[in-house]
Design a protein around this ligand. Sequence first.
Ligand SMILES: [Ca+2]
Ligand SMILES: [Ca+2]
Ligand SMILES: [Ca+2]
Length: 395
Amino acid sequence: MNLTNWTNRMSRTNSMNHKYSTNDVRVTISKGATTYGIIYLTLLFLACVFGTAAGLPVSADGAITPDAYETDDTYSQARPITVDGTNAQVHNFHVKGDEDWVSIYAISGQTYKIKVAKQGLNCDGAIELFYSDGKTLVVPKVDDWKPSDHQDEILEWKAGTDGVYFARITNGDQTANPQDTSYELSVSRPIAPGGLGLINGTVQDSATGLAISGAVMKTGYQAATLSKPDGTYEIQEAVGDYTLTITADCYVATTQKVTFKMGSTTDPANTYNIKMTPSTGSICPRLAITNQQGTSSVNVSIALNPGSSSGTNADWWLVYVKGSSIYSLDAVHNRWTAGLSTAYQGPVFSLPASTFSVTNLPTGKYTFYLGLDTSMNGVLDTASLVYRNFEVNIP
Ligand SMILES: [Ca+2]
Ligand SMILES: [Ca+2]
Ligand SMILES: [Ca+2]
């Protein structure tokens, strides 16, 4: 692993701040001393703070293979679903009580239809819709509560304001066996077909090329979408020329002239790749993880804009979670340790984009986090915490 930029800077900074030596305040749970209880509490804590369930134990009674969108059990874990996307998302309820959350960017005055279709024998989908706080209901539960009829469930609503909405899909029959609970989830606008065109592409950080997730992309007419965790997007809109506006936390808003053509597909002729410039005003961690195709290694790319927090003392965190395990990078000694501990403690500075690899990872799903909190005490402080997370699968 090569963290030269970061560690050089850290070593220098550390030598100027001996009273904040990481050894004085670091909370390290060593592998040998770790009990399941400590790990569990740590994960619960992380789950609250970072919004991940981190594979916390759930009833595994009859559990089946989770669908590709897991973990998506809370609104903060929801991933965007493309309105009028070319493919429906295939989900299942892999354990009893599973919840599947997705985010939708909706435009005021437009009518949207969320559909659960092609339900398996043990699937009786129920749909709820929430505002951007993930808690306040827009549309209460839509569920025919007839486990045996397998009719499509449809929630239709007219958006009152532009913004992010969250849909929660649950199995109407919570006691149903997880076997055969698959369903297809789609979101569409009930408008006349035929006059729609499609564009697609990626949204990337102009400085680092890192994927930007959750960028809001609007045509200014009827369509909007959120970029996916890998930075890709897809939009359908009435045929014509538009100026796409793109906004994202930590980036300068930008525009792109686009053309929606009749009968267009996701080919290069309809591809617009967007680059966004990092904003300088606020502290912004940037993180992207890529699997080295078919290997047990990942490349971890990190960068940090200090914004107005430059020079403020902070706890820096770079951790990954797999199942019930959590590992933290010790950037000063260039090693990973079990448990939750700071990567570094010291003033916030501009961390140039750097990439290093983590090797020999066992098969499974990993969530990486890069975060900073400006209460430098070796404890994860939610009040001042800013972070980015990124999920990667080791095949
Ligand atoms: Ca699921
Ligand atoms: Ca789920
Ligand atoms: Ca702290």
